[in-house]
Design a binder for this molecule. Structure first.
Ligand SMILES: C[S@@+](CC[C@H](N)C(=O)[O-])C[C@H]1O[C@@H](n2cnc3c(N)ncnc32)[C@H](O)[C@@H]1O
Length: 238
């Protein structure tokens, strides 16, 4: 099925994303380093620095993948749960050999979180919000499981506002993603999903508005890589 059709509806997006991440899980860490020219780790550290997690804090890392952000947060002494819909990602996260804090890892869907209201002080996600079938619904779930004044942080690609910048950025990602997909999976669409998902994504300023509409009055975003990427930081109103 062409990529555009696969991403056309919430249901088709959900099935496509689940298949995609199950396919790429074993190469995910390598691909992330290659596509970010090794910068991804520094962006995640920046998010974790902004989170300012403390010992005993209840933290949930959504779309945790192989657990990078969850492990960084656990180093602070916080009680961290990492959740992902892809079983293989969770297996890889659990298998990581670390010296410091160890998060608890669960398979689950961030569209329907298996936690009571107000269960966490902090919710984080790296490249999570762009992949959900219903962005507003996912933000609603994050708001629900956060305690009053709880915080959320999200790192993701941005959708540049300027048409020319956007066209060049998406063309670049399509070419590089297509080549990597062909080399690693014999399917150029595998990583062309990234520019396709950015095309469908509302972009950082609109995501900030959506957060405010869901009760995160103090939502703001920080440009990363000159605004090609973004970190959102928001605190839930009481
Ligand atoms: C690009 S990876 C990000 C992994 C990790 N957070 C990181 O920053 O490296 C996106 C992850 O989102 C997960 N995912 C996609 N849809 C999801 C959903 N509805 N609920 C939970 N996880 C989901 C995928 O399985 C995948 O592991």
């Amino acid at each position: 099925m062409p990529l555009r059709d696969a991403l056309a509806t919430a249901d088709s997006r959900r099935s496509y994303v689940r298949r995609l991440f199950a396919t790429i899980a074993d190469r995910y860490d390598l691909i992330t380093i290659v596509l970010s020219y090794g910068r991804d780790r520094a962006w995640k550290r920046r998010l974790v620095h902004l989170a300012d997690a403390r010992p005993g804090m209840r933290v949930l890392d959504l779309a945790t993948g192989t657990g990078d952000i969850a492990y960084l947060l656990a180093d602070s002494g916080a009680r961290v749960v990492g959740l992902d819909v892809t079983f293989r990602m969770i297996q890889l996260a659990r298998a990581k050999d670390v010296q410091h804090g160890r998060p608890q890892f669960l398979v689950g869907d961030m569209m329907a979180l298996p936690f009571a209201d107000g269960s966490f002080d902090l919710v984080t996600t790296g490249y999570g919000l762009r992949n959900v079938p219903d962005l507003d619904g996912a933000i609603g779930e994050i708001a629900r499981v956060l305690s009053p004044h709880g915080q959320m942080l999200s790192l993701d690609f941005n959708r540049p506002e300027t048409r020319v910048v956007r066209a060049v950025y998406l063309a670049y990602l399509s070419i590089v993603g297509g080549a990597l997909g062909w080399i690693l999976h014999r399917d150029p669409d595998t990583y062309r999903y990234i520019p396709a998902s950015i095309r469908n994504y509302p972009g950082a300023p609109r995501v900030t508005e959506m957060l405010r509409a869901r009760g995160f009055a103090a939502a703001r975003w920080f440009p990363v890589l000159g605004g090609l990427m973004a970190i959102h930081h928001a605190a839930k109103s009481a």
